[in-house]
Ligand binder design. Structure first.
Ligand code: CU
Length: 369
């Protein structure tokens, strides 16, 4: 035991000796530098290089900004899009001014206050006025940015207005399926993932009468201009993400967790074609979540119509039941007559006696409603 204590004590004595000798080395070297008159040879060159980096770096930043402009988001075509763009550019402005100022001073001072013989730096330990200024001004600006951003975000994510056009968009490997509430009631029918099959891709529940006039489109989405559109977003398999760059719409499509996004488009496709001078201009909806090998192909077009053209387009679409009349078999007997409305005679013809009975009950069915 004594032996161990003695050994530890010895180690500490040796360590103390090492530390003292190191300290003396440091003191010696400091004294030596003070006495030396020689200015480090690279002093002036380094000082000048700071100015060179400042000028060349400034030019490079300005050039890269101008050069990348074509890759910025296109001009917004939605009401909230314009608002978020304004906020973005306001924040950029607020950040860019101090960025330029601070970086200019860092490089300029490094050159101006380079080592000069007989030059002594002035120094003060604290300055209350200066500290108050650089605390209060950024605090006010930050509060302003946070508040305006929070206000915009809470408006964008608020409940959609009651007159919003409700459209469902479902992501699957690898395309989007757009479903509309139909021309009669503008109400989307219920869905159930257990009902999904080769034709019924989103699992439309045909026991819900709201689904009878629902129609789907796998190639494009039409929306009316200047009217709120509520996207109900779903995914069938893996994570996808709805991205409409011109509309500033971006929302994940999550399996088992429906999401939504509402917005108001305020420029029709025709207007954009005239504005851009490109008769082939099309708004696009893309997937912005790497969702598998075919991710790149998850793109459909978005057509923003004026109210009249939109109504006309909706009226021209075939309902799901018109496209697949065999699904009439899934409609409960008491609703069959209602579901058959608008179906061509030929598809109604093969109905069995029970279906005919329901046709006979059309009047009772509708009178109940
Ligand atoms: Cu994807």
């Amino acid at each position: 035991m004594y032996y161990i204590i003695a050994l530890v004590a010895l180690v500490f004595v040796v360590l103390t000796g090492v530390v003292i000798s190191r300290l003396q080395d440091v003191i010696k070297s400091v004294k030596k530098e003070e006495s030396a008159d020689a200015v480090p040879s690279g002093n002036k060159v380094n000082g000048a290089l700071f100015i060179v980096v400042l000028v060349l770096g400034g030019i490079a930043i300005a050039w890269s900004y101008m050069h990348s402009r074509e890759f910025f988001l296109p001009e917004a075509s939605s009401v909230h899009g314009r608002r978020t763009d304004d906020l973005f550019w306001f924040s950029m402005g607020v950040l860019t001014i101090p960025f330029i100022l601070v970086n200019f001073l860092i490089f300029f001072f490094s050159w101006k206050y380079q080592y000069k013989k007989d030059h002594r730096a002035s120094f003060y330990p604290d300055n209350h006025k200066l500290e108050l200024i650089w605390t209060i001004i950024p605090a006010i600006v930050m509060a302003l940015l946070v508040f305006t951003g929070w206000k915009a975000w809470s408006d964008i994510t608020s409940e959609a207005p009651s007159d919003a056009e409700v459209i469902e968009i479902t992501g699957k490997q690898f395309n989007w399926i757009v479903r509309y509430g139909g021309v009669n009631d503008n109400k989307l029918g219920n869905y159930n993932y257990k009902l999904i099959d080769a034709q019924n891709e989103v699992g439309i529940d045909l026991s819900d009468e709201n689904s009878f006039d629902d129609f789907q489109n796998p190639t494009e989405m039409h929306i009316p201009v200047n009217r709120p559109v509520l996207l109900k977003i779903r995914a069938r398999d893996v994570l996808h993400s709805v991205f409409i760059p011109h509309m500033r719409v971006k929302m994940d499509a999550v399996p088992g967790m429906p999401t939504k996004f509402w917005f108001v488009a305020d420029k029709t496709t025709a207007q954009m074609q005239a504005e851009t001078g490109d008769p082939n201009f099309k708004y696009e909806i893309a997937c912005t979540e790497i969702c598998g090998q075919g991710h790149f192909s998850m793109k459909i077009n978005l057509v923003v119509d004026d109210e009249e053209s939109y109504k006309k387009w909706c009226a021209e679409q075939q309902t799901f039941l018109q496209t697949y009349p065999e699904y009439l078999a899934k409609v409960p007997d008491n609703l069959k007559a209602k579901a058959m409305k608008g179906l061509p005679e030929t598809t109604v013809a093969p109905a069995d006696s029970s279906a005919t009975a329901s046709v006979a009950g059309v009047s009772t069915g509708t009178s109940i409603r």
